[in-house]
Design a protein around this ligand. Structure first.
Ligand code: GTP
Length: 360
C-alpha cells in the first residue's frame, strides 16, 4: 500500500522517521512522502530523513505546548494552510492512503492530529488514517486524559485509527520511557511490513496479498490493531503447517499492538516468508482459526513473498473498538479527567477554606 506519512508532535515525528527509514532500507518503496509537523523546534531538528514543518511559532516560539492539547488544537487550526501547503507534491497521485501519526497523550500531536485529519479529509480523495500511540498505564493522568479526548475525536475524523498501546510492544521490566526506542523500532517493522504488503513483490501469484486487501480491511472504520509474530521456518513447507498456526495465534494473542483486542468486524492475515516455505494448508487453517477467534465473517488473507529464513504472520483487525481494552482505557481517561477537575477545584477552594484566616 503506497502511503504518505505525516507525523505530528514528538512521538509522531520519531515514528514517522523510523517508518520512512525502514521502508527505504528494505527497498519497499511503499512510503511515498513523509513530513513531520511540530511546535517544538528541537524535536524537528533531531529528525534526519523526513521533511519538517514548524507550527505555532507566533504562540509558543518553537518550545512546544507542554502537554496542553487544547493549545495543540488551536495551533494546528491557525497554521493548517501552511501544513497543507507543505504537503503539496508529497501526497502525490501515487499515494493510496495518508497516515497521520501521533502520540495521543501529549500536546501538539494529541491536539493537532485530529484537526489535521479533518482538513486532509476535505482535500484528498484517498482514505485518511490515523496511527495513534496510547500512553502506557504508568504514564501520568494528564497523558491519559489527553489521549482519551484525542482518541475520541480522531476516531470520529479518520477513516480508521490504528492504535499502538505503549504497554504492548516493549520488553518486560523496561520502563516505558527507556523502551521508546524498542517500541518505535517494532512499530516501524510491523507497520512498515503492512504498508509493503502488495508492494515490491516479485513473481506475483494468486495468493499474494494486494494492497486493496489492507484498504478493505480498514474500511470497517473505528479502531484497528496490528499483530505480528515470526518463527524460523523449515525448508519443507509441509513441516511449516504448525509454524503458520503458531505464528498466527501469537500475532493475535500476544504480539498485538492493543493487547486483548480480539473481537473485530474484519481481519487480514498476511503470511510473510519465502514462497517455497509457505504451507497452503497451514495458511487456510490459520485463516479459519482467525475467523472463529475474531467472530468476523470478513477475514481476508494473502502471502507476502520475502527472502527470509523465518515465517511471519501479520494480523490486521478492523473495527476492534468493542474490545475490553478500549473500554478499560476510556475509563482510565475519564477517571484522569475527573481527577484533574477535582484537583482544579481543590486548588481554588484551598483559598476559600476558612480554617486559615485572611490577614485582613
Ligand atoms: N511509542 C512512543 N511513544 C512516545 C515517544 N515519545 C513520546 N511518546 C508518547 O507520546 C505521548 C507524548 O506525546 P509527545 O509526542 O511527546 O508530545 P507532543 O505531541 O510533542 O506535545 P508537546 O511536547 O506537549 O508539545 C506520551 O504518551 C508518550 O509516552 C516515542 O518515541 N515512542
Amino acid at each position: 500500500m503506497k502511503v504518505a506519512l505525516i507525523g505530528v508532535g514528538q512521538a509522531g515525528g520519531k515514528v514517522t522517521e523510523r517508518l520512512a527509514r525502514f521502508d527505504a532500507d528494505m527497498g519497499f518503496g511503499a512510503v511515498r512522502g513523509a513530513l513531520a509537523v511540530n511546535s517544538a523546534k528541537p524535536d524537528l531538528q533531531s529528525l534526519q530523513v523526513v521533511d519538517t514543518q514548524l507550527i505555532g511559532a507566533d504562540r509558543v516560539n518553537g518550545h512546544g505546548v507542554g502537554g496542553d492539547n487544547e493549545l495543540g488544537t488551536e495551533i494546528m487550526q491557525s497554521d493548517i494552510q501552511q501544513v497543507l501547503g507543505s504537503l503539496d507534491g508529497r501526497v502525490t497521485s501515487s499515494a493510496e492512503g495518508i497516515f497521520v501519526v501521533a502520540g495521543l497523550g501529549g500536546g501538539t500531536g494529541s491536539g493537532g492530529a485530529p484537526v489535521l485529519v479533518h482538513h486532509l479529509q476535505q482535500v484528498y480523495d484517498v482514505p485518511v488514517y490515523a496511527l495513534g500511540v496510547l500512553p502506557g498505564r504508568n504514564e501520568g493522568a494528564l497523558y491519559q486524559a489527553n489521549a482519551g479526548r484525542s482518541l475520541k475525536t480522531i476516531v470520529r475524523e479518520a477513516d480508521a485509527t490504528l492504535l499502538i498501546d505503549n504497554d504492548a510492544w516493549h520488553e518486560q521490566g523496561e520502563s516505558v520511557e527507556g523502551a521508546f526506542e524498542t517500541i518505535n523500532e517494532k512499530i516501524a517493522r510491523r507497520v512498515g511490513l503492512l504498508f509493503a504488503s502488495g508492494e515490491a513483490v516479485e513473481g506475483v501469484g494468486e495468493s499474494v496479498v494486494d494492497s486493496s486487501e489492507v484498504i478493505n480491511t480498514l474500511r470497517s472504520g473505528g479502531i484497528a490493531t496490528l499483530g505480528y509474530a515470526s518463527e524460523i521456518a523449515s525448508d519443507d513447507s509441509a513441516e511449516n503447517i504448525r509454524t503458520a498456526m503458531t505464528v498466527s495465534r501469537q500475532a493475535l494473542l500476544t504480539g498485538t499492538s492493543l493487547p486483548d483486542a480480539t473481537t473485530a468486524d474484519s481481519a487480514l492475515l498476511v503470511i510473510a516468508g519465502d514462497p517455497e516455505k509457505i504451507p497452503r494448508k497451514g495458511v487456510e487453517k490459520s485463516r479459519r482459526w482467525l475467523e472463529d477467534e475474531t467472530g468476523s465473517m470478513q477475514v481476508r488473507g494473502g502471502d507476502f513473498p520475502l527472502e527470509s529464513d523465518r515465517l511471519g504472520a501479520l494480523v490486521l483487525l478492523g473495527g476492534a473498538e468493542r474490545s475490553a481494552r478500549i473500554q478499560e482505557f476510556m475509563e482510565r481517561a475519564r477517571e484522569a479527567k475527573r481527577e484533574q477537575e477535582r484537583e482544579e477545584t481543590d486548588h481554588v477552594e484551598q483559598f476559600s477554606d476558612d480554617r486559615l484566616e485572611n490577614l485582613f
